[in-house]
Design a protein. Sequence first.
Length: 272
Amino acid sequence: MKKFVFCKLFLIVFGALVAMQTSSAGNWNKNSGSKKSGDEQYTKIDRAGKGIQWRLRPTSLISRAEQIVFVPDPLGGDDQVIRFEVSDGDCGENKQPDGSKWSDCDGGKDRAEINNRLPERGEIWYQWEIFFPEDYLSIFPAKNIHSQYKLISEKNKKKNSRKYLFFEEIKYGLFFRGKKLVDDVRGKWTKIQVHANWTTEKSGFLRVYANGELKFRNDGYATLRPGYDAVRTHHGIYRIDLYRYLKSRNLRAAPKQTVLYKNFSISRTDPN
């Protein structure tokens, strides 16, 4: 009997230690029975909204909890940092609003993303910082998306979202709609700001700043496409057309990639 009690006590203590380690790492897993520790840290990001609400959480397409974790700043800062990681085969699937199945695995895609669970429309300021480690490997000519805006329809809940605008890493430069924002993103934090007016009217506009400098501007057009009434923010890593990279390098598997984000904010007015 004593032996049985001792074994039971050991298992309880061991389980508690494992839970503490997971909590300190900040893992969030959609398949986990408990999301408390991850949600507590994401709630801090939720509070970074002024005049508008948002709720950033991992998408249902991640395949491992370790793909998205909270970590210390690699440059020694005190800011809350999220690390996104994708390895070859990190693909998932989910059910779309129209009832169809979406699978990254069927199309040669890998993903580790968080997205906003609330719709975004009207005039909004976005801000975040992104860090690419020195050992980050580019997978050009495959497409490597880091932050994107998807079109969504709140009126028609059965309408699937649509890929729209995105930030792309190409040969270690950061681009938006073909415009280079930063020459080399490795080993440093890059601050991105987006000032947009999401509307179906011609009063729409879109402006993108990198490290405080205006790099892209398009004014006087409908920023929402017909049939859509809002956008949804995504951040992290989304790799598309991996076969292009594999074929160009005569490889069987794409390399692991890691990027980090911090200082997310969303506001109705200029955060500065």
